[in-house]
Design a protein around this ligand. Structure first.
Ligand code: OSB
Ligand code: MG
Length: 369
């Protein structure tokens, strides 16, 4: 097999509702749309790194640079016989996992299409519906937050994740819990605390949360183990887990009891599946996180979340929660808190070149170099 053409577009779409976390605030999302041709068969991917380096080191700009200067030159017109051989072509490139994931998922989509399989089936997915939760940003007004929760519950979503930050944590969770005593509820700190906050965070144990996501630093697995020993609530890691090795290390020292898998964060679908497989063997629940994906990245997440170990509802919601008009047809929509996994060959949601071009800030093509 051979990648004989690659196109990139940096696409910007406004968010319907601005989104605030402990680490960033956004009103629009810029991701890189990747289109490859593998022996003439098209495949689509999305680099889902944020525009700024406040969630992780990578950004839309670093992904563009690494793709055009290193990853694409390493793979273009080179022969390979399976996806692992393809990944080996750029294994010299350290880190830069969001950039790798955008390219790799495009190739996986083309490979699935060639095999006549949906991306989900090609990966080994078994579910035809995934359980969809919502992630709500920080709201200063608690009345507005409970209104948003009510709105999403009315739409059928069954699990809610709240962003927390110092000064915006215990009281918020208490308020929501009073109003919704039985709601499956979890919180995400986006690395805003330190181990000195252990007693403070232990107050969350009173609220029957499913988990607390990434309380401590993005690169600190050891302190998470110390914190987990002082909490009843399960820690789930996001930012800290960048590879299969990171997950193995975290589980070995009980730094987390639940794992958030995002294909972008770990360098692509193949690494994401390996993490899933390890967690399934160890009995560790996993769920699929989100990065405000456009329809392409969202369809990739949907395929991943169809694997059998994804037993917890994830952050993969309908795209209508984020964007007035998404890039794919049909749009990805939840009904009754579930999203159907497409069973047509490849991605199953067709990207619209017209919409991509209309929202594109810059375009790069291997035909022009
Ligand atoms: O920490 O899970 C996170 C969005 C962007 C970056 C990081 C995170 C998030 C979310 C929203 O929580 C997930 C989504 O709705 O796509
Ligand atoms: Mg998170």
């Amino acid at each position: 097999m051979r990648v004989d053409r690659v196109d990139l577009w940096e696409v910007r779409l406004p968010l319907i509702r601005p989104f605030r976390t402990s680490s960033s605030q956004r009103a629009a999302i810029s991701h890189i749309v990747v289109r490859v041709e593998v022996d003439g068969i098209p495949g689509w991917g999305e680099c889902v790194a944020p525009i700024d380096p406040y969630y992780c080191e990578e950004t839309t700009g670093t992904c563009w640079l690494i793709l055009t200067e290193f990853l694409i030159p390493a793979v273009l017109n080179r022969d390979w016989s399976c996806i692992d051989d393809f990944r080996a072509l750029y294994s010299r490139v350290k880190g830069n996992r969001f950039a790798k994931a955008g390219l790799e998922s495009a190739v996986c989509v083309a490979e699935a299409a060639r095999a006549g399989l949906s991306l989900a089936r090609w990966l080994g997915g078994t579910r035809s519906l995934i359980q969809s939760g919502v992630s709500l940003g920080i709201e200063d007004d608690l009345g507005r937050l409970t209104d948003l929760i009510a709105e999403h519950l009315a739409q059928g979503y069954r699990r809610v994740k709240l962003k927390i930050a110092p000064g915006h944590d215990i009281d918020v969770v208490r308020h929501v819990r009073r109003r919704y005593p039985d709601l499956p509820l979890q919180v995400d700190a986006n690395s805003a605390y330190s181990l000195e906050d252990a007693d403070h965070l232990a107050q969350l144990d009173a609220f029957n949360l499913l988990l607390i996501e990434q309380p401590l630093a993005h690169d600190d697995i050891v302190d998470h183990a110390r914190l987990q020993a002082r909490l009843q609530t399960a820690i789930c890691l996001d930012e800290s887990l960048r590879s299969l090795a990171d997950v193995r290390h975290a589980l070995e020292i009980d730094a987390c009891r639940i794992v958030n898998i995002k294909p972008g964060r770990v360098g692509g679908l193949i690494e994401a599946r390996a993490i899933h497989d390890l967690c399934l063997r160890r009995g560790v629940p996993v769920w699929c996180g989100g990065m405000h994906e456009f329809g392409i990245g969202r369809a990739v997440n949907l395929a991943l979340a169809s694997l059998p170990g994804f037993t917890l509802p994830g952050d993969v919601s309908g795209s209508d929660k984020y964007y007035a008009q998404d890039l794919v047809e049909p749009p990805i929509l939840a009904s009754n808190g579930q999203i159907p996994v497409p069973d047509t060959p490849g991605l199953g949601h067709q990207p619209s070149t017209e919409r991509i071009q209309a929202a594109s800030r810059r375009h790069w093509s291997s035909l022009k170099v």
